[in-house]
Design a protein around this ligand. Structure first.
Ligand code: ADP
Ligand code: SF4
Length: 692
């Protein structure tokens, strides 16, 4: 094992947290994952891998304490009664197996939950409509409700201990919990001893904290997760006023402070909007007010930054959700002096989308995330090769790079031929758009790892044509017998997508551009209209780029808001706000119906009422077409392929099915895992079945 530089030793010091001791300063803070109570094996395996990767503390997601508050379609943890203990005990066991501490984040959602599942009326400090647009109001809690809530929290703490957890949370963060609702002047209008002054509004938080310590504090650490600022100015909790005062009041009571800013979209901002370490001032503030260990997050992936955070006294433990998802072995890699092997989070929030969609978490950088149990994928190991056959991969975008890396890890000889001078395909191009520079980490990680493999050869500036491939294979020195086509996809120029299943007529009358043109450096002319019928980030980011280049821009979407799918990555509000601030004109719920040389015609998606808008350049952000001509040309020459010794030919990534970058990487990884393996069974992975 390589020895780490002693500079990083400080990160491997033990930390006493109340009655338990963490083996180092790496702390996986609670994070959602779409597994929860429905998928306990999936959850246990995923958390176990983090513990194996060296995290000293590995926490659950939110764990509901009682049927009185359910997260509805969001699949979180549950400790409603004793029957829920075994599922969570499985996770605690998996974490302990690898020497880490297991933490549980107990939650009552108050008016953040509409209780769609239980149909129990939600409760809150005061009568209030729920946070979502659901037609549900939470009722004001009586004294007896408050007593019940305290009892439920205590029971859940005891059950947590019985499930084997070492650390139990009292959670007042993200504006997602009853305890935070009591703290807030906005939501707490009570006139009894639980409302009014800050001391009164903090009363329930203090009581629950004291009762949790009383119930389990002999052997479990009791942590607090607290939103010290809501980024709302004087309307909300702020770190220079009530946030600070709450910490001062409770400073020495918990065993650990986990510092949070609220809401979740502020805490887990994407790299497009916030850079590494953006929560630092809030964490330092809490650290200055308590002698207890403090943990904070900030999408930290740099070991040097982590050392500096500890040395400067910003925090005691390096908290991470996303960096631990992108690289569950981050601590181990630092410990073993393998810093260049860290797979750094790119801050895209595809992991968050899994939770919003109630499916197991996925990650752009780490294709094994969420697949630990159902496919037995491990982020750091992969089956060895089944033959000495060589493989040609055509295309060095995310799919080709990932496939090359994973096949290389299996020990296969690989040739990667890329048409362009640079690797990365769409990621290279997209990372040069405003705010997306961190996405380059996808390329950097894979290029670094591939360079270490003498048995993988990379040929940039090598655009292959049908005959080239066959000639290539005939040359002994290359000698490959399998081909993966990873040639990507191209944005359509005919407007076909969701609104138009056939090409839009008349497009030849106007200057048409696609995101590919813009990323290749072609400039628009005159006033620009962007028609976004794709709905993820591209329409919005292209609008931002063109506007920053000085053009007048109108962005049209048939959806209710801009870049609609980015609700799942928690960026939508910021994207729309940024575009408005830049002066991009936004038109929602309109379809593009016709075009002439100087105008576009737009129709209301409900009434078909028409308006016209000047347009010199029309940018179509619609569908993409797979670049599969080479595949088809080769596939049509089966005999020739056979004569050349080619045994298999397969498309991966966008050239197989255009999708998001995470899908391309998963596709490349899947192909490498399954290569020359006996894949059988009707369902390609294990499922957690409801047993009847
Ligand atoms: P994916 O997301 O599936 O990886 P990308 O579009 O990002 O797709 O990457 C595809 C890559 O394939 C691009 O870098 C492109 O230059 C390359 N490519 C396309 N056709 C060829 C070809 N005929 N020979 C070599 N490389 C190719
Ligand atoms: Fe980071 Fe994106 Fe992976 Fe989430 S999905 S952990 S943001 S790389």
């Amino acid at each position: 094992m390589k020895k780490r530089d002693s500079h990083y030793d400080i990160l491997f010091e033990q930390v006493q947290i109340g009655p338990v001791k963490a083996r180092n300063r790496f702390y996986q803070v609670p994070h959602c994952n779409g597994m929860g109570y429905l998928r306990p094996n999936t959850l246990a395996a995923m958390r176990g891998v983090k513990a194996e990767g060296g995290w000293a503390v590995v926490c659950t997601e939110e764990v509901e304490i009682h049927a009185n508050s359910d997260n509805g379609s969001a699949i979180e943890g549950r400790l409603w009664d004793d029957g829920d203990i075994p599922a969570l005990a499985k996770m605690a066991e998996a974490v302990h197996e690898h020497g880490a501490l297991a933490g549980v984040e107990l939650v009552h959602g108050g008016f953040s939950n509409a209780n769609h599942y239980s149909r129990i009326a939600p409760i809150a400090p005061s009568l209030i409509s729920v946070n979502s647009y659901d037609p549900v109001q939470a009722r004001e809690m009586t004294k007896s409700d408050i007593r019940d809530f305290r009892k439920w929290h205590r029971q859940a703490a005891v059950r947590s201990k019985r499930a084997g957890f070492d650390l139990v949370y009292v959670y007042a963060g993200h504006n997602l919990t009853l305890l935070m609702h009591f703290l807030s002047r906005r939501f707490n209008q009570r006139s009894d001893e639980y409302g009014g002054s800050l001391e009164n509004r903090t009363r329930l938080f203090r009581e629950v904290l004291e009762e949790t310590i009383d119930a389990v504090g002999d052997s479990c650490a009791v942590a607090v997760r607290f939103a010290v600022d809501e980024l709302l100015g004087p309307k909300g909790i702020t770190c220079d006023s009530e946030g600070r005062e709450v910490v001062e009041m409770l400073a020495e009571l918990p065993d650990l402070w986990d510092v949070n800013i609220s809401e979740w979209e502020n805490d887990s901002a994407t790299s497009r909007f916030e850079k590494e370490g953006y929560q630092e001032p809030y964490i330092s503030l809490v650290k200055s007010l308590t002698s207890k260990p403090v943990v904070g997050v900030g999408r930290y992936t740099s070991a040097d930054t982590m050392v500096s955070l500890i040395q400067r006294g910003v925090m005691d433990m390096i908290g991470a959700a996303r960096p631990s998802i992108a690289d569950p072995f981050l601590p181990k890699k630092i410990e073993e002096g393998r810093l260049d092997e860290i797979r750094e989070c790119i801050g895209c929030n595809i992991c968050v989308a899994g939770d919003w969609l109630s499916v197991p978490i996925r990650c752009t950088q780490n294709p094994t995330m969420g697949e630990e149990w159902r496919r037995s994928w491990h982020p750091e190991s992969i089956g060895t090769k089944k033959s000495d056959d060589g493989v040609l991969i055509v295309g060095g975008g995310p799919a080709g790079l990932e496939c090359a890396l994973s096949l290389g890890n299996r020990g296969y000889r690989v040739i990667l031929a890329e048409a362009s001078e640079v690797l990365g395909g769409r990621v290279y191009k997209e990372s040069r758009l405003p705010g997306l520079s961190e996405w380059r980490r996808i390329i950097d990680y894979r290029e670094t790892m591939l360079k270490k493999m003498a048995w993988v050869k990379i040929y940039p500036a090598s655009k292959l044509k049908s005959l080239d491939v066959i000639e290539f294979s005939a040359k002994d020195k290359f000698g490959f017998s399998h081909i993966f086509m990873a040639t990507g996809a191209t944005w359509r120029r005919d407007g076909v997508a969701r609104q138009h299943r056939d090409p839009i007529p008349g497009l030849n009358k106007i200057n048409i551009m696609t995101p590919d043109d813009l990323m290749d450096g072609v400039s628009p002319s005159g006033s620009v209209v962007i028609f976004d019928d794709e709905h993820y980030y591209m329409g919005g980011v292209i609008a931002e780029k063109i506007r920053l280049d000085g053009f007048k821009v109108l962005l049209v979407t048939p959806a209710p808001d801009i870049s609609n799918w980015t609700h799942h990555t928690m960026e939508q509000r910021r994207i729309q706000a940024r575009l408005l601030e830049l002066g991009v004109e936004l038109v929602t719920q309109k379809n593009l119906v016709s075009v002439n040389s100087k105008e576009v015609e737009l129709a209301c998606v409900f009434t078909d009422r028409r308006i016209r808008h000047e347009c010199k350049t029309l940018v179509l952000v619609t569908e993409r077409l797979p670049n599969n001509e080479l595949y088809h040309a080769l596939n049509a020459r089966q005999e020739t392929l056979k004569d050349a010794g080619i045994k298999t030919l397969q498309c991966i990534g966008d050239c197989f099915a255009p999708g998001i970058i995470a899908a391309s990487i998963h596709s490349g990884h899947l192909a490498a895992r399954e290569f020359e393996e006996d894949i059988s069974g009707e369902v390609p992975f294990l499922r957690e079945r409801v047993v009847v």
